[in-house]
Design a protein around this ligand. Structure first.
Ligand SMILES: [Zn+2]
Length: 228
Protein backbone atom coordinates (compact mmCIF):
# COMPACT_ATOMS: atom_id res chain seq x y z
CA UNK A 1 0.00 0.00 0.00
CA UNK A 2 1.29 3.43 -0.82
CA UNK A 3 -0.07 6.77 0.33
CA UNK A 4 0.54 10.30 -0.95
CA UNK A 5 1.83 8.77 -4.19
CA UNK A 6 1.77 11.99 -6.23
CA UNK A 7 3.71 13.97 -3.62
CA UNK A 8 6.29 11.20 -3.22
CA UNK A 9 6.75 10.80 -6.98
CA UNK A 10 7.28 14.52 -7.40
CA UNK A 11 10.00 14.46 -4.72
CA UNK A 12 11.84 11.60 -6.49
CA UNK A 13 11.50 13.14 -9.96
CA UNK A 14 12.69 16.54 -8.72
CA UNK A 15 15.66 15.08 -6.82
CA UNK A 16 16.82 13.10 -9.86
CA UNK A 17 16.38 16.10 -12.17
CA UNK A 18 18.46 18.26 -9.79
CA UNK A 19 21.23 15.62 -9.68
CA UNK A 20 21.29 15.52 -13.52
CA UNK A 21 21.56 19.30 -13.62
CA UNK A 22 24.41 19.27 -11.07
CA UNK A 23 22.61 21.03 -8.21
CA UNK A 24 22.46 17.94 -5.99
CA UNK A 25 25.45 15.63 -5.58
CA UNK A 26 25.63 12.09 -4.19
CA UNK A 27 23.27 12.01 -1.20
CA UNK A 28 23.74 15.67 -0.19
CA UNK A 29 20.85 18.09 0.22
CA UNK A 30 17.16 17.40 0.81
CA UNK A 31 13.78 18.23 -0.73
CA UNK A 32 10.32 18.52 0.77
CA UNK A 33 6.76 19.25 -0.33
CA UNK A 34 3.86 20.42 1.85
CA UNK A 35 0.75 18.25 1.95
CA UNK A 36 -1.94 20.91 2.19
CA UNK A 37 -4.74 20.57 4.69
CA UNK A 38 -2.89 17.83 6.57
CA UNK A 39 -0.24 19.75 8.55
CA UNK A 40 2.23 17.38 6.95
CA UNK A 41 5.01 17.22 4.38
CA UNK A 42 6.83 14.71 2.20
CA UNK A 43 10.65 14.70 2.51
CA UNK A 44 13.63 12.79 1.13
CA UNK A 45 15.07 10.05 3.38
CA UNK A 46 18.40 10.52 5.14
CA UNK A 47 21.63 9.70 3.29
CA UNK A 48 20.01 7.81 0.41
CA UNK A 49 21.12 7.61 -3.23
CA UNK A 50 18.74 9.74 -5.33
CA UNK A 51 18.90 7.32 -8.25
CA UNK A 52 17.97 4.32 -6.07
CA UNK A 53 15.07 6.25 -4.54
CA UNK A 54 11.48 5.24 -5.32
CA UNK A 55 8.24 6.93 -4.26
CA UNK A 56 7.86 4.45 -1.38
CA UNK A 57 11.23 5.56 0.07
CA UNK A 58 10.00 9.14 0.55
CA UNK A 59 8.99 9.93 4.16
CA UNK A 60 5.73 11.59 5.16
CA UNK A 61 5.90 13.52 8.46
CA UNK A 62 3.52 15.78 10.32
CA UNK A 63 4.76 19.23 11.39
CA UNK A 64 5.70 17.76 14.81
CA UNK A 65 7.95 15.32 12.89
CA UNK A 66 5.93 12.21 13.67
CA UNK A 67 6.21 9.74 10.79
CA UNK A 68 2.87 9.22 9.03
CA UNK A 69 4.24 7.00 6.27
CA UNK A 70 7.59 5.66 5.11
CA UNK A 71 10.02 2.95 6.14
CA UNK A 72 13.30 4.93 6.04
CA UNK A 73 14.84 7.48 8.40
CA UNK A 74 13.80 10.96 7.24
CA UNK A 75 16.37 13.64 6.32
CA UNK A 76 18.36 14.98 9.29
CA UNK A 77 17.12 18.44 8.28
CA UNK A 78 13.43 17.48 8.70
CA UNK A 79 13.02 19.80 11.70
CA UNK A 80 14.31 22.72 9.60
CA UNK A 81 11.81 21.96 6.82
CA UNK A 82 8.97 21.64 9.36
CA UNK A 83 9.90 25.00 10.91
CA UNK A 84 9.86 26.66 7.46
CA UNK A 85 6.33 25.35 6.74
CA UNK A 86 5.19 26.71 10.12
CA UNK A 87 6.76 30.14 9.59
CA UNK A 88 5.88 30.56 5.92
CA UNK A 89 2.32 29.60 4.93
CA UNK A 90 3.11 30.78 1.37
CA UNK A 91 5.81 28.09 0.96
CA UNK A 92 4.76 24.69 -0.38
CA UNK A 93 8.14 23.35 -1.54
CA UNK A 94 11.62 23.57 0.02
CA UNK A 95 14.89 22.59 -1.66
CA UNK A 96 18.22 22.49 0.18
CA UNK A 97 21.31 21.90 -1.96
CA UNK A 98 25.10 22.12 -1.71
CA UNK A 99 25.31 23.75 -5.17
CA UNK A 100 28.83 24.93 -5.94
CA UNK A 101 28.70 28.68 -6.56
CA UNK A 102 26.32 29.38 -3.70
CA UNK A 103 28.53 27.26 -1.45
CA UNK A 104 31.53 29.42 -2.44
CA UNK A 105 29.68 32.60 -1.39
CA UNK A 106 28.76 31.01 1.95
CA UNK A 107 32.50 30.61 2.68
CA UNK A 108 33.15 34.34 2.35
CA UNK A 109 29.80 35.18 4.00
CA UNK A 110 28.88 37.39 1.08
CA UNK A 111 25.12 38.09 0.75
CA UNK A 112 23.88 38.71 -2.81
CA UNK A 113 22.28 42.15 -3.23
CA UNK A 114 19.56 42.75 -5.87
CA UNK A 115 21.58 42.33 -9.08
CA UNK A 116 18.91 41.29 -11.62
CA UNK A 117 15.19 42.03 -12.12
CA UNK A 118 14.27 38.34 -12.21
CA UNK A 119 16.17 37.74 -8.98
CA UNK A 120 14.24 40.43 -7.07
CA UNK A 121 10.93 39.23 -8.55
CA UNK A 122 11.33 35.59 -7.49
CA UNK A 123 14.01 35.37 -4.78
CA UNK A 124 13.31 38.62 -2.93
CA UNK A 125 15.22 41.77 -1.96
CA UNK A 126 18.54 40.00 -1.33
CA UNK A 127 19.96 36.55 -0.69
CA UNK A 128 21.17 36.68 2.89
CA UNK A 129 23.65 34.52 4.78
CA UNK A 130 22.17 32.45 7.61
CA UNK A 131 24.92 32.15 10.30
CA UNK A 132 26.56 28.76 10.76
CA UNK A 133 25.02 26.05 12.89
CA UNK A 134 25.79 22.32 12.59
CA UNK A 135 23.55 20.25 10.29
CA UNK A 136 20.55 18.58 11.85
CA UNK A 137 20.64 20.61 15.09
CA UNK A 138 17.92 22.55 16.87
CA UNK A 139 20.23 25.54 16.67
CA UNK A 140 20.17 25.44 12.85
CA UNK A 141 16.39 24.97 12.82
CA UNK A 142 15.88 27.99 15.12
CA UNK A 143 18.30 30.22 13.21
CA UNK A 144 16.64 29.35 9.89
CA UNK A 145 13.14 29.90 11.32
CA UNK A 146 14.17 33.40 12.41
CA UNK A 147 15.69 34.39 9.07
CA UNK A 148 12.91 33.18 6.76
CA UNK A 149 10.42 35.66 8.27
CA UNK A 150 11.70 38.34 5.86
CA UNK A 151 9.66 36.76 3.00
CA UNK A 152 12.66 36.17 0.74
CA UNK A 153 12.63 32.86 -1.17
CA UNK A 154 16.36 32.07 -1.21
CA UNK A 155 19.03 31.97 1.50
CA UNK A 156 22.64 30.84 1.88
CA UNK A 157 23.66 28.84 4.93
CA UNK A 158 27.18 29.73 6.05
CA UNK A 159 29.78 27.03 5.24
CA UNK A 160 26.98 24.79 4.01
CA UNK A 161 24.74 25.54 1.02
CA UNK A 162 21.52 26.92 -0.41
CA UNK A 163 17.97 27.01 0.94
CA UNK A 164 15.28 27.81 -1.63
CA UNK A 165 11.47 28.03 -1.50
CA UNK A 166 8.57 28.05 -3.92
CA UNK A 167 4.78 28.13 -3.82
CA UNK A 168 5.10 24.86 -5.75
CA UNK A 169 7.93 22.49 -6.69
CA UNK A 170 8.36 23.86 -10.20
CA UNK A 171 8.86 27.39 -8.86
CA UNK A 172 11.31 26.12 -6.22
CA UNK A 173 13.39 24.40 -8.93
CA UNK A 174 13.41 27.56 -11.07
CA UNK A 175 14.49 29.53 -8.00
CA UNK A 176 17.41 27.11 -7.43
CA UNK A 177 18.53 27.83 -11.00
CA UNK A 178 18.14 31.61 -10.70
CA UNK A 179 20.09 31.55 -7.44
CA UNK A 180 23.01 29.62 -8.92
CA UNK A 181 23.18 31.97 -11.90
CA UNK A 182 23.24 34.99 -9.53
CA UNK A 183 25.92 33.40 -7.36
CA UNK A 184 28.17 32.66 -10.34
CA UNK A 185 27.70 36.11 -11.89
CA UNK A 186 28.34 37.80 -8.53
CA UNK A 187 31.48 35.76 -7.85
CA UNK A 188 32.89 36.61 -11.28
CA UNK A 189 32.00 40.28 -10.82
CA UNK A 190 33.65 40.39 -7.38
CA UNK A 191 36.80 38.80 -8.85
CA UNK A 192 37.12 41.68 -11.32
CA UNK A 193 37.70 43.96 -8.31
CA UNK A 194 35.55 46.61 -9.97
CA UNK A 195 32.42 48.13 -8.47
CA UNK A 196 29.45 45.76 -8.78
CA UNK A 197 26.30 47.59 -9.86
CA UNK A 198 22.86 46.73 -8.52
CA UNK A 199 19.40 47.26 -10.00
CA UNK A 200 17.78 50.57 -8.93
CA UNK A 201 16.18 50.43 -5.49
CA UNK A 202 12.75 51.43 -6.87
CA UNK A 203 12.83 48.53 -9.35
CA UNK A 204 13.81 46.13 -6.59
CA UNK A 205 10.92 47.31 -4.41
CA UNK A 206 8.34 47.02 -7.21
CA UNK A 207 9.52 43.46 -7.87
CA UNK A 208 9.33 42.60 -4.17
CA UNK A 209 5.79 44.01 -3.91
CA UNK A 210 4.76 41.66 -6.76
CA UNK A 211 6.39 38.71 -4.97
CA UNK A 212 4.58 39.58 -1.71
CA UNK A 213 1.28 39.84 -3.59
CA UNK A 214 1.77 36.31 -4.94
CA UNK A 215 2.70 35.08 -1.46
CA UNK A 216 -0.36 36.67 0.17
CA UNK A 217 -2.65 34.89 -2.31
CA UNK A 218 -1.17 31.56 -1.22
CA UNK A 219 -1.30 32.55 2.47
CA UNK A 220 -5.01 33.24 2.03
CA UNK A 221 -5.58 29.67 0.94
CA UNK A 222 -5.20 29.63 -2.81
CA UNK A 223 -2.89 26.62 -2.57
CA UNK A 224 -1.36 25.44 -5.80
CA UNK A 225 0.30 22.14 -5.05
CA UNK A 226 2.27 19.52 -6.82
CA UNK A 227 -0.12 16.63 -6.28
CA UNK A 228 -3.26 15.18 -4.72
ZN1 LIG B 1 23.12 20.22 3.74
Amino acid sequence: MSTFVEHRKLIVDTAQALVRKGYLMATGGNISLRIPGQNAFAITPSNYDYFKMTADDVCILDLDLTTIAGHLKPSVESAMHGAIYRERPDVNAVIHTHQAYVSALTLIKMPIPALFDEQARFLGRSVDIIPYAPSGTGMLKNTVAKHVKNHNNAFMMQNHGALVFGHDMERAVHNVEILEKCALAYLLAICSERKVSKIPLAVREVAFVKLRKDQKKIEQGEHTTGGE
